[in-house]
Design a protein. Sequence first.
Length: 353
Amino acid sequence: MRILDRYIAKTVIGGSLMVLLVLGSLMAFIDFVSELDSIGKASYDLLDAITYVLLRLPRRLYELFPTAVLIGSLLSLGTLAGNSELTVMRASGISVMRIVYSVLKAGFILLLIVALIGELVVPNSERQSQILKAKDLKQNISLLKGGFWARDGQKFLYVSHVFPGLNLGQVKVYEFDNNNQLQRITLAESAKYRGDVWQLAKVRQTEFKKGELLSMEKPSVVWQQLLNPDLFNVVSEQPANMSAFDLYRYKNYLQSNQLDSSNYELAFWIKIFTPLSSMVMLLIALPFVFGSQRSTGTGNRVLVGLLLGIGFYLLNRTINHLGQVYHFYPFFSASVPVLVVAAFSLYSLRRVK
């Protein structure tokens, strides 16, 4: 049985990675074409465009991975069916569910691959691509339209922009006491994170004390605690580009400060279920391989794979967005598409004779 497991794993993984390579190359070419308009602006040249496309490639591969697994498994397992190898396996006494088990063992390896790409590669590569393009085009990276607000206990912080290297634009800090009475306002034209401290430049502070209003100006002020610098790296990215660890940490930060964390909680659960969707893609492919699709050509299998992949993607995105609109529990919004398709695929497999 180990020989069978290795043979099926080699076939499924090889086919999936080959399709991923083709789809990834196609998306990289499309991204490069879209960057041609930016070449020549400021210091953004051809080499920068190529580097930018390569840095964004891990995210493209991560997004394409479930579809690549679906098409790759349809092609590779379809080839086994077309060569009557699956028929020989079943004739030798190996049940359909035992073959399914071997395929899912290969799927577990693919799950680990996509999980590692999403956790270790995508967040860093996306961050570097944003910094590269912003630096070469002489642009700043805006966290949100109109600036970024954060809360840390009784301290409220506004940052207009974040530049590469944790250089902040205009900073405003409002400090309240436990009775929600305003105690101090600090305004700074800019701030830099250097040597584990924040250096605020051109600072104006106003304090409110029992009927007195004290105001002072300083050319610079050093703050030990402005805000955790890692949070700026987190919020400067789209939730979809963040690792599950960062999403979990920032979600807890928002919840502890009684702020809305629904978008980040949904992104966290989507991050958890995305690798599982690769396993689901294998389950979708198997009924077609054992059923009516076993004698069809390669073109038909690719078409079926694309249609199923697009259908799953649309179903997944629709339920995710409906969850945000109607405030469903994020775990429910992220898990339902995967569980529904998995249940349907298992039901179809049980009908295979």
